[in-house]
Design a protein around this ligand. Structure first.
Ligand SMILES: C[S@@+](CC[C@H](N)C(=O)[O-])C[C@H]1O[C@@H](n2cnc3c(N)ncnc32)[C@H](O)[C@@H]1O
Length: 466
């Protein structure tokens, strides 16, 4: 691999004897992994189903290594949301964050959603995840990934981090800042990261990281946990950012201990030789099978003493509480097509946004988020059309096959691909909406009549070929 000269020179100076082993690591194939979606099944169940070999990731019990020749996106189980394709070292940050059911968690730089979907699985539907992404097109991908995994308690926002402060001042138990960075740990898997790299880019990223962390500070509860991570090696974006942060704000660093990872942050790479920095973790591709990450875990020791300009009160929300009349067509749909145990649980959380019906997460008051650019406010149940309700892909993925009154389970890979390509299925089912599944897990909705199931898999997600 042709590495930038300035990068090589810099790393050689920093790393001394271990420089050559870093260079050698770039000649190895990239490390690939998948992570089990425990909203759907357990890791051993997944491993038993997969047609390719898996090997456990030491620091993440849901994670597996797969061979670099495997294409994990080419399997119906992927479309059924049974796993997320994620590089193994990228699984470590959420392990350190350790979200628990009931927590309010913010993922501030969330797209495409590897870590958000990992947080969602840990929350098990209880508590709240706010997944924020600044870049609009990337926020769309994040939203789709959250839907595919069947998460119902996530809000997806598309904002500058500082814009969240009015709504969520000192509100979160846990915040992840998986910062935009110069991507030095991505060179093997992403040629774009290699092409974009420059010393100036490292500087630009530092500026962004400082600003994002300042917002994170305002958003975190006193006593809350802040995890900062990057997939780059430069000390400026790692040890030095954290050293400057703990000098300015009231935080203590916590030692990170992940099984199988021994490298720590380097005090000799800081500006002021703060010994605390050894509590941070470096995951380097020479010592660990993976692409590389940096992680710091910080606990906020006190609230913000100075008065800051947080607006009082919230504006009126565009989401409106659905009334009985609004809901008639949805009620008919739910009664005819879903098990009562599912729809009764969300009964008091139904809100309308235009013609869309949402079940908003139980934890949130709507007024808080009225000001924000929202891509998704909890579970999008579907759309009101003229005199009928049409269920969404998100609803299909959040259901169990057994929670639909009518379902077909395609135990055949070719049939599953036929459905995923958007084709109709020549199968008998009771007339009306049918939840279409593969090996017991939903893929999406179809509509049956007279021996044919019409395809309702979203057009934008349809695959071209197997
Ligand atoms: C390292 S990626 C996040 C990866 C993600 N956490 C995952 O696990 O899939 C960083 C993200 O930050 C976003 N970003 C870029 N500039 C930003 C800024 N100024 N504030 C917040 N996020 C930003 C990027 O668009 C990118 O999606």
């Amino acid at each position: 691999m042709e590495l930038p000269e300035a990068f090589k020179e810099k790393m050689k100076k920093l790393m001394g004897e271990s420089y050559q082993s870093l260079l050698d690591s770039y000649d190895q194939p990239e490390s690939k992994g998948i992570r089990t979606n425990t909203l759907k099944l357990e890791p051993d169940e997944l491993a038993n189903k997969l047609p390719f070999e898996t090997q456990a990731v030491n620091w993440c019990k849901e994670g597996f290594y797969i061979d670099h020749t495997v294409r994990p996106g080419k399997n119906p189980y992927y479309y059924a949301g049974l796993y997320y394709v994620q590089e193994p070292t990228a699984m470590a940050a959420v392990e350190v964050l350790d979200p628990k059911p009931g927590d309010w968690v913010l993922d501030l730089c969330a797209a495409p959603g590897g870590k958000s979907t990992q947080i969602g699985a840990r929350l098990q539907g209880i508590g709240l995840l706010v997944a924020n992404e600044l870049v609009n097109s990337r926020a769309g991908i994040l939203s789709t990934n959250i839907e595919r995994m069947g998460m119902a308690n996530a809000i997806v926002t598309n904002e500058f981090p500082e814009r969240l402060v009015d709504s969520f001042y000192e509100s979160f138990d846990k915040i992840l800042v998986d910062a935009p960075c110069s991507g030095e740990g991505m060179f093997r898997k992403d040629p774009g990261a290699l092409a974009d790299w420059s010393l100036e880019r490292v500087d630009r990223c530092m500026g962004k990281q400082e600003k994002i962390l300042e917002s994170a500070h305002r958003l975190l509860k006193p006593g809350g946990v802040l995890v900062y991570s990057t997939c780059t090696f430069s000390p400026e974006e790692n040890e030095q950012i954290i050293e400057a942060f703990i000098e300015k704000y009231p935080y203590t660093l916590q030692t990170i201990e992940l099984p199988g990872i021994t490298d720590h942050g380097r005090v000799d790479w800081t500006r002021k030789q703060q010994q605390e920095i050894t509590k941070t973790q470096r995951i380097m591709p020479m010592t660990v099978k993976g692409e590389g990450h940096f992680i710091a875990k910080l606990i906020k020791s006190e609230g913000i003493a100075e008065a800051i300009d947080v607006k009082q009160g919230y504006p009126k929300s565009r989401l409106k509480k659905a009334t009985r009349t609004d809901l008639q067509d949805y009620r008919d749909f739910a009664k005819n097509n879903l098990q009562a145990e599912f729809y009764q649980k969300i009964e008091d959380r139904l809100y309308l946004l235009g013609d869309h019906l949402y079940a908003i997460p139980a934890a949130i008051e709507l007024e808080r988020i009225a000001n924000l650019k929202l891509l998704r406010t909890g579970l999008d149940l579907g759309t009101f059309k003229k005199n009928r309700f049409e269920p969404s892909y998100a609803l299909a993925m959040a259901l169990k096959l057994s929670q639909a009154k009518n379902s077909v389970d395609l135990n055949d890979e070719d049939l599953a691909y036929q459905y995923l390509k958007g084709e109709a299925l020549n199968l008998q089912a009771p007339k009306g909406w049918v939840l279409v599944g593969y090996d017991g897990y939903p893929l999406g909705f179809g509509k049956a009549s007279e021996g044919l199931i019409k395809n309702h898999y979203p057009k934008g997600l349809r695959i071209r070929k197997k």
